[in-house]
Design a protein around this ligand. Structure first.
Ligand SMILES: Cc1cc2nc3c(=O)[nH]c(=O)nc-3n(C[C@H](O)[C@H](O)[C@H](O)COP(=O)(O)OP(=O)(O)OC[C@H]3O[C@@H](n4cnc5c(N)ncnc54)[C@H](O)[C@@H]3O)c2cc1C
Length: 353
């Protein structure tokens, strides 16, 4: 059961730990209660659906209308299909699939967040994306006030993109997802830093179970682990999407890598993360535009992570507006110096005017 509350502060529901109050608010822990909460919301009322808040920046002014947070739900495996409620913790899905000897998600081990957001974002890591595995998704259609089933081919998958991020998908709230997995390997692991971990720890990249260990260690080293309640680094992971650039710009941008990797290794890393030869790492773009790891903004309240400058960190007294203004500044400098439009991967929710 759930109750609808008023003026609930949203900051504690996000990994940035910033953001104002929800006008109306419900916290649900399964897909059935999510539908009930949605039935209590008029189709004309603004609606915001959140999972674990690890990929959103919510305005200090809060969110008008109704905010429904879904955390929790069932994960079950039927033959080679995993079916999970929108609020299930993504990594529980990965763990279940590995326990059943199923390949297709293992390289996305320990990406923080919910199943609903994983398909909304089309999460991607180390050469795997969730969209490729989706068989169907059950949604609540706010226009018809009915549950509908959408198929893989209806969902407009792209790099960190899905139907749900576009105007024709905004009427849907994700309730449940079914993922088609395989009893055989689906992808090779080619990402150099993960291969280095495997070699150092003598782990087998061809073993499903050991692949998970490799990825978790690689993520640990990259500072890419987060669980609800963690009080360490406050980020949303990579703040910006890797942009498309012209063929001429690729070499110019990757020349700014100072870690000793060859151009071929960098091109391969970009391919693994972005899937296209003209998509370069947003981190390299920021380096090429003159930004530095550890650089601070907003009187020291916002910082680019010491290792990975794509991770914008909120320090203790940062507001959502401080982070938003930092984003705008980075976008403006990148546009001015390189002519590239850097788009946020983080979802910017509410009014920042
Ligand atoms: C340390 C760290 C590392 C990360 N590493 C990666 C990574 O390797 N790869 C990667 O792809 N991402 C990564 N991320 C980003 C994040 O983990 C994912 O985007 C994740 O899917 C967000 O899940 P969430 O439940 O926290 O989403 P939220 O922040 O709660 O929501 C994100 C968006 O999804 C929408 N949404 C959520 N649930 C629903 C629903 N049921 N129906 C409709 N819309 C919904 C929300 O409205 C919002 O627009 C990382 C984040 C952090 C903090």
């Amino acid at each position: 059961m759930f109750e609808i509350q008023n003026q609930v502060l949203l900051a504690p529901y996000t990994s940035f730990n910033v953001g104002g109050p929800a006008e109306h608010f419900a916290l649900v822990d399964n897909a059935d209660d999510l539908v009930e909460a949605l039935k209590c919301t008029l189709p004309t009322t603004p609606l915001w659906t959140l999972g674990y808040g690890s990929n959103c920046l919510i305005s200090d002014k809060g969110l008008n209308g109704m905010t429904v947070v879904i955390k929790g739900g069932e994960v079950k495996v039927e033959d080679s299909v995993v079916i999970a409620d929108a609020g299930a913790w993504w990594d529980d899905v990965v763990k279940s699939s590995i326990q059943h000897g199923l390949w297709g998600l293992e390289l996305m081990s320990e990406i923080p967040g919910s199943v609903g957001a994983s398909v909304f974002i089309n999460i991607t890591a180390y050469g795997q994306s969730v969209g490729k595995r989706v068989l169907w998704i059950d949604v609540w259609n706010r226009e018809s006030s009915r549950v509908e089933r959408l198929k893989q081919e209806d969902l407009q998958w792209g790099y960190k993109d899905s139907l749900f991020q576009h105007d024709d998908g905004k009427k849907y709230v994700i309730l449940k997802a079914a993922l088609q997995l395989s009893d055989r390997k689906t992808e090779d692991l080619t990402y150099q830093k993960a291969l280095d971990v495997a070699e150092e720890l003598d782990l087998d990249v061809e073993s499903l179970v050991e692949r998970r260990d490799i990825i978790i260690e690689a993520r640990q080293r990259a500072g890419s682990l987060w669980h609800p309640g963690d009080t360490g680094s406050k980020t949303v992971g990579s703040f910006f999407r890797n942009p498309f650039v012209s063929a001429e710009q690729v070499d110019k941008i990757i020349a700014h890598d100072e870690t000793g990797k060859t151009a071929e290794q960098i091109r391969n890393m970009n391919l693994v993360h972005g899937g296209d030869s003209h998509r370069v790492s947003a981190a390299h773009v920021m380096l090429a535009a003159g930004f530095k790891r550890g650089q601070t903004f907003a009187d020291g309240k916002v910082k680019l992570n010491d290792q990975n400058l794509l991770k914008i960190e909120a320090l203790d007294s940062a507001t959502a507006n401080d982070i938003y203004e930092t984003m705008k500044h980075i976008q403006a400098v990148v546009k001015e110096t390189l002519g590239i439009d850097l788009e946020p991967e983080a979802r910017i929710l509410g009014d920042f005017s």
